[in-house]
Design a protein around this ligand. Structure first.
Ligand code: NAD
Length: 504
């Protein structure tokens, strides 16, 4: 079954969607569905087949058969990579529709989901190139006696569990390396953002991958996700989502000794010194928290501003906040859209109340009256914040920036590190020695000096502390997660072998 969109007088109709198992779109064994709601109107967009344990079992069996008996496991690498590049081309062809579906489903502004679709295609091309040129082993000669060499083998069936905040990009960020290295996949997308995962299934179906190589089971974390994590035939779980969910998944995967990769929450600091390029730092700080509706794992939710520039910086922040274009996610000029669902909206609103109770001055724009049906939280500044407040320690995951004043470099580093998370960090200064020093001292997996979060697919992506275990991206994905090294020892001559039991 295909998703079709009829685009008449702004009335969008998206067909109901199914699971994708063993090369077929299917309603699921339980025949139950759940309703997928629009963040913009809170009305039902469409109904989603709800996959459960029995559907995960069917999908894992299909993926296992495809790996062990189907053509995928024995296919020449070059041939496999033709499929991967074909998927990239099809994503490019369907980029408009992907962006539209993503915006309808998540509330992310269309100007931002368009970039995500382009990046998703590049994820496939990038991993096709990586596998072709970099996925080779090493050899270790031992005198004239041995040559020991390594080869990198796919794991088999891998389970991919993804969140709703940048669904298509994050799904392809996992699916591309998993398939390019020769694994087969069961994807469990977030229940709140199923549309583009279904689109990916359609694209992969169109690319004509052998049945069972790629499967999508929609459904809830506690049922479908849990069954995938506990399934003995799933060799690894790559997860992106909340820290508490990651911890549950690690526990639940222990009995079946799975390899896991964890990309979790964040509360990233952005530190601006008084010698920084003020205007560029302002642009970066505003973009870093208000793009993606603030639902960005690497968002600079804590901004530390040097005492000497704080008043001016806050004044400019206020101007920006009032000017951010809040609007319909499908309007190309919209900069901030509605949050994913009412529960999350209420959580973010609650944190703004907590900030008031903790003594912050809350400065906000106003949501236009005509948007009130949506889950809109206006761009929000929490001024006069201190790092020990709950709103500076807990992940809010919305368009909410805490502004904290500092005086010395040591004080800024200490406060930046005084948090359970360690995903990203940003340092703004024109003194490069200081920039490097602070970047080295901040406890995070990824630091940017004088830049917003600009991605480089080759780098290891991920966090320390409660932000994750392991890395994605570049050679980390293909060597350290989606393949396993195997060593082959070859005797080159007649080296000594002890002769136990031989009569002298
Ligand atoms: P979530 O943890 O609620 O859900 C993520 C996925 O896990 C969903 O598919 C969900 O169905 C599934 N799930 C839930 N419980 C499960 C269980 N017991 N077993 C198996 N699967 C289960 O996260 P979310 O609310 O969708 O996403 C937002 C979070 O993701 C934020 O904390 C954000 O920081 C984080 N995130 C991190 C990164 C990163 O790279 N570090 C990137 C994006 C988002």
């Amino acid at each position: 079954m295909q998703t079709t969109i009829t685009h008449e007088t702004k009335q969008l109709k998206v067909d109901d969607i199914k699971l994708y198992i063993n090369g077929k779109f299917t309603g699921g064994q339980g025949k139950t569905t759940y309703s997928n709601r629009s963040p913009f109107t809170n009305e039902t967009i469409n109904n989603i087949a709800e996959g459960r344990k029995e559907d995960i079992e069917e999908a894992v069996k299909a993926a296992k058969d495809a790996f062990e008996q189907g053509p995928w496991g024995s296919m020449k690498v070059k041939e496999r990579l033709v499929y991967i590049n074909r998927i990239a081309d099809l994503i490019d062809e369907e980029a408009e529709e992907i962006a539209l579906l993503e915006s309808i489903d998540t509330g992310l502004p269309i100007s931002q989901t368009k970039n995500q679709a382009a990046r998703a295609a590049e994820n496939f091309r990038f991993y096709a190139r990586m596998v072709e040129t970099k996925l080779h082993g090493e050899s270790y000669p031992v005198d004239e006696d041995f040559i020991n060499y390594t080869v990198y083998k796919p794991l088999g069936v891998v389970g991919l569990i993804t969140p709703w905040n940048a669904p298509f990009m994050l799904e392809t960020w996992k699916v591309a390396p998993a398939l390019a290295t020769g694994n087969t996949v069961v994807l469990k997308p977030a229940e709140l953002s199923p549309l583009t995962a279904n689109k990916l299934a359609e694209i992969i179906h169109k690319a004509d991958l052998p049945a069972g190589v790629f499967n999508v089971v929609h459904g809830f974390g506690e049922t479908a996700g849990d069954a995938l994590v506990k399934h003995p035939d799933v060799k690894a779980i790559s997860f992106t989502g909340e820290t508490t969910t990651g911890s549950t998944i690690i526990k639940n995967s222990a009995d079946t000794l799975k390899k896991t990769s964890m990309e979790l929450g964040g509360k990233s600091p952005l530190i601006i010194f008084d010698d920084a390029d003020f205007d560029r730092a302002l642009d970066a700080a505003v973009w870093g928290i208000f793009s993606f509706n603030g639902e960005r794992c690497t968002a600079n939710s804590r901004v530390f501003v040097h005492k000497n520039i704080k008043d001016k910086f806050v004044e400019k922040l206020k101007e920006r906040v009032l000017n951010i274009k809040i609007g319909d996610p499908l309007d190309p000029s919209t900069e901030l859209g509605p949050l994913i669902e009412t529960e999350h909206f209420n959580k973010v609103k609650h944190y703004i109340e907590v900030a008031k109770q903790e003594g912050c001055e809350v400065f906000q724009a106003v949501v236009p009256e005509e948007l009130k049906a949506g889950n809109y939280v206006p761009p929000t500044l929490l001024l006069n914040a201190t790092n020990d407040m709950r709103v500076c320690q807990e992940e809010i995951f919305g368009p909410v920036m805490a502004v904290i004043e500092f005086e010395t470099e040591e004080e800024a580093i200490q406060a930046a590190n005084n948090v359970r998370y360690g995903l990203a960090g940003y340092v703004w200064t024109n003194d490069m020695k200081k920039g490097h020093r602070v970047a080295h001292a901040v406890e995070a997996g990824m630091l940017w000096i004088n830049s917003q979060n600009v991605r480089d697919l080759r780098i290891p992506f991920g966090g320390t502390k409660d932000s994750g275990i392991g890395r994605e991206g570049g050679h980390y994905a293909i060597f350290e997660f989606y393949t396993e090294p195997k060593v082959i020892h070859v005797a080159l001559g007649d080296h000594h072998i002890p002769q136990f039991g031989k009569k002298k």
